[in-house]
Design a protein around this ligand. Structure first.
Ligand SMILES: Cc1cc2nc3c(=O)[nH]c(=O)nc-3n(C[C@H](O)[C@H](O)[C@H](O)COP(=O)(O)OP(=O)(O)OC[C@H]3O[C@@H](n4cnc5c(N)ncnc54)[C@H](O)[C@@H]3O)c2cc1C
Length: 381
């Protein structure tokens, strides 16, 4: 073990999308920053791997839609800085029972916030969105600002912006000693810093008792005729709330990263241990998707061609945790992104950076307080 005497302004634990953006924002502020990751990078064990994610303003709650305004700007800024394309606008088709609360809330939030939205009438649906069946009783609109983020590329880009921070991978944090200077021990060394940000993704459940970790089967489905649902033919991302087949959302992205295959997933899964992910072999989500695809996507073979896996860290209310530790204010926690945190990465990074520096955060973080679960932190610290 090598005890490193040199202190850092901040140590960030976990190099998924949230930790990587936090380290990037800290380094931009010229803070001496160390980003620690337990696995060798890149890896596919957490929540941030894979080629694509949806970015959208369509949310039930105003606060997410407001935050997304700045997120789009921050993504565009990173694209300019790095000279890479990270976002492709496709629009997001939202479908759901016309009178259901989820559907109405999403539609109303967009309209209240003047987000460009197109309401699709039933009789014109199939001319706009061919090869998708709109179920009886369902209605549809399009959030035109939405699109695809190139996730793996984004992660690489933000980790390797040459801003002066240090990344040490293959170093699992095994102990955190709180204090005015926090001491962090890993499998490879001991480091000290004025503050620490913990962005451990599914492994944060060791710290937060209210969270659960579920394995998501990331399914790709084969087009019967190549190109039917392709991004080049302007097929959008979609989100189906309250479908007949499922309790949770079903969502999808146009075929793009794997030609001829479209990604359609169920927005929930079965509980697992992040260190034994693949022991979870439940495929009931795939059964739901199979029925859904048979009913709504006649141009797809109703059997997944490729199944990858990824983890969600769910909070009871599905909102994030962005807060200081209840008793150690220089230890900040970003966790519980509940399967919808990627698009917020640049802003989460900014907010966690602000909290770690004792600054007033630029948004009202009351929906994200750790205390709302009234659950005690586990005795990890
Ligand atoms: C299938 C799927 C689809 C999704 N779709 C969308 C979408 O369309 N839009 C969207 O916005 N979001 C989406 N999400 C959610 C989004 O990807 C996650 O919210 C986000 O990736 C969470 O990032 P994270 O940094 O918190 O976690 P992670 O990416 O898991 O990062 C945590 C990191 O911490 C490291 N770590 C943990 N413990 C330690 C330790 N002791 N020492 C050192 N390192 C440690 C881990 O190895 C890991 O690298 C999706 C997620 C999945 C799984």
């Amino acid at each position: 073990w090598s005890a490193e005497k040199v202190g850092y302004d901040c140590i960030v634990i976990g190099a998924g999308v949230q930790g990587s953006f936090t380290a990037y924002q800290l380094a931009k502020k010229k803070k001496a920053t160390l980003l620690l990751e337990q696995f060798l990078l890149p890896h596919t064990r957490g929540s941030s791997h894979g080629q694509t994610r949806i970015i959208r303003k369509a949310y039930e709650e105003d606060f997410y839609t407001h935050m997304m305004e700045e997120c789009y700007q921050l993504w565009a800024q990173l694209e300019r800085e790095a000279g890479v394309k990270l976002y492709r606008q496709t629009g997001l088709l939202v479908m759901g029972p016309e009178n259901s609360q989820d559907y109405q809330m999403m539609k109303n939030t967009l309209q209240r916030n003047q987000v460009p939205t197109v309401i699709l009438k039933r009789d014109e649906f199939s001319s706009h969105i061919p090869n998708v069946i709109l179920s009886d009783g369902d209605a549809a609109f399009v959030d035109t600002t939405a699109g695809v983020l190139y996730a793996d590329r984004a992660l690489r880009t933000v980790q390797f912006q040459k801003l002066g921070g240090v990344i040490k991978d293959g170093q699992k944090v095994t102990d955190i000693k709180p204090g005015p200077v926090v001491t962090v021990s890993t499998s490879g060394g001991v480091y000290r810093a004025k503050s620490v940000v913990i962005t451990a993704g599914p492994w944060a459940n060791r710290l937060l008792s209210a969270h659960s970790v579920v394995r998501i089967n990331v399914c790709y489905w084969k087009e019967k005729q190549p190109g039917l649902y392709n991004v080049k033919r302007r097929f959008p991302c979609f989100l189906h709330t309250g479908s007949k087949e499922a309790r949770d959302h079903i969502y999808g992205l146009p075929s793009n990263e794997y030609p001829g295959l479209i990604k359609i997933c169920y927005h929930n899964g079965s509980e697992t241990d992040p260190d034994k992910r693949d022991r979870q072999t439940d495929r009931s989500d795939i059964d739901i998707l199979r029925r859904y695809i048979t009913h709504c996507f006649p141009g797809l073979e109703p059997e997944p061609a490729v199944v990858e896996s990824c983890l969600y860290t769910l909070t009871p209310d599905r909102h994030f945790v962005l807060d200081c530790h209840p008793t150690h204010s220089n230890i900040v926690i970003g966790a519980g992104f509940s399967g919808h945190g990627f698009k917020f990465g640049p802003l989460i990074g900014k907010l966690l950076c602000e909290l770690s520096q004792g600054e007033v955060p630029s948004y009202d973080l009351s929906p994200f307080r750790i205390r709302r679960f009234q659950a005690k932190m586990k005795s990890a610290l």
